[in-house]
Design a protein around this ligand. Structure first.
Ligand code: SAM
Ligand code: SF4
Length: 349
């Protein structure tokens, strides 16, 4: 494997972080993520676990040091622990610094110990509410108790848990403090995410769901003293600390801030498409060189380098200027610029 030249994009950003979606399927149907009756990809289109191993290992050979496994729901992919075992060998060799995943938590009670034993030290779990009825409504198919059990199992296995909460107008505004207090008690970090315009939603409107994190932050400031932290992860998150509790809170605000200048990541779908930017349509098909040349990694490496050479400067998400600084959900429709036709579960959130 050519390990000499790392992946550098046209804006001099070194690409060290790969997010890989191992399935587009999920056992939940979160209203902001999927339509209730989703059509999933035919199984034959998915990369096999062996192909995922080969692809991810090639990226690691090209300098990727952080791998996040996502989906769909990664833990519903059959045989997923085999894939984690395969990736763990790169942790053992030292080539990979971090192996992690983003999950809805539904299967964590089953897998947490094994994941921790393989070297997964941190895990992101999505959780938008602590009220069982609201949880059932937002996930359509999920059960809160199962997810809370999963989170407890992850904690008991020694993993650091970060809760990802999508800020949803009229849905979890009233749970801002309960969520923060619960995380403080449990010792979890929490990051809030603005709803992004990914995929068709049927009757749901993104503008009606959009709760600006600027507003969320202002509400936090009514109760806590906030300090901005200089910390950057090469991604969209910005962090603050609450002086009163010492908690670190993350904000992912693609719609109110531009975070692209330090972007060090690319995303691989479960069919082998490489998206160089979450908010752009351009992608490279890596499945073709992977399947055409099963015994020669040079064409695959060349395809990856070509793709990185096309990584754009940034995304174009924008909910429309008339929303800036105003009550952003005032029933406005149809002004979403940069809307992506693919769902988050396809690209991997
Ligand atoms: N199923 C796993 C989970 O829910 O954590 C992993 C995949 S999910 C697509 C990854 C993250 O994307 C979740 O935190 C979810 O809340 C977030 N997400 C999904 N659709 C979104 C949207 N339209 N805007 C913002 N975040 C979204
Ligand atoms: Fe599934 Fe995650 Fe999307 Fe919810 S956010 S439907 S859990 S993939």
């Amino acid at each position: 494997m050519n390990n000499t030249a790392p992946l550098i994009d046209p804006f001099a950003r070194a690409i060290r972080y790969l997010r890989v979606s191992v399935t587009d399927r999920c056992d939940f149907r979160c209203t902001y993520c999927m339509a209730e009756h989703m059509t999933f990809l035919p199984k034959a289109e998915l990369l096999s676990l062996e192909e995922l191993d080969r692809l991810c290992s090639t990226f690691i050979g090209l300098g990727v040091t952080k791998l996040r496994v996502t989906g769909g729901e990664p833990l519903v992919r059959r045989g997923i622990m085999t894939f984690f075992e395969q990736m763990a060998r790169h942790l053992q060799s030292g080539a990979l610094e971090e192996l992690t995943l983003t999950t809805n938590g539904s299967q964590l009670a089953r897998y947490a110990t094994a994941l921790a034993e393989l070297g997964v030290r941190r895990i992101n779990v999505s959780l938008d509410t602590l009220e069982p009825a609201k949880f059932a409504a937002i996930t359509r198919w999920g059960r809160l108790a199962q997810v809370l059990d999963g989170i407890s199992a992850a904690k008991a296995a020694g993993m650091r848990v970060k809760i990802n909460t999508v800020a949803l107008k009229g849905f979890n505004e009233d749970e801002l403090f309960p969520l923060i207090d619960w995380c403080a008690r449990e010792g979890h970090d929490i990051t809030f995410i603005e709803v992004m315009p990914m995929g068709e939603m049927g009757e749901e409107s993104r503008l009606d769901q959009y709760w600006s994190l600027r507003d969320l932050r202002a509400r936090l400031a009514q109760r806590f003293t906030l300090t901005d932290l200089p910390e950057r992860s090469g991604g969209p998150a910005r962090y603050i600390r609450l002086a009163e509790t010492g908690q670190k809170i993350g904000f992912i605000t693609p719609l109110t801030h531009n975070f692209c200048e330090s972007c060090n990541r690319v995303r691989l779908t479960c069919t082998g498409e490489l998206y160089m930017c979450l908010g752009q349509e351009d992608m490279a098909d890596l499945r073709a060189p992977l399947r055409l040349h099963p015994d020669d990694s040079a064409p695959l490496e060349a395809a990856i380098r070509d793709a990185i050479a096309r990584k754009p400067k940034g995304h174009d998400f924008d909910y429309g200027r008339q929303l800036a600084g105003t009550a952003p959900n005032a029933g406005a429709q149809g002004l979403i610029r940069g809307q992506m036709s693919r769902h988050m579960s396809h690209t991997g959130g």
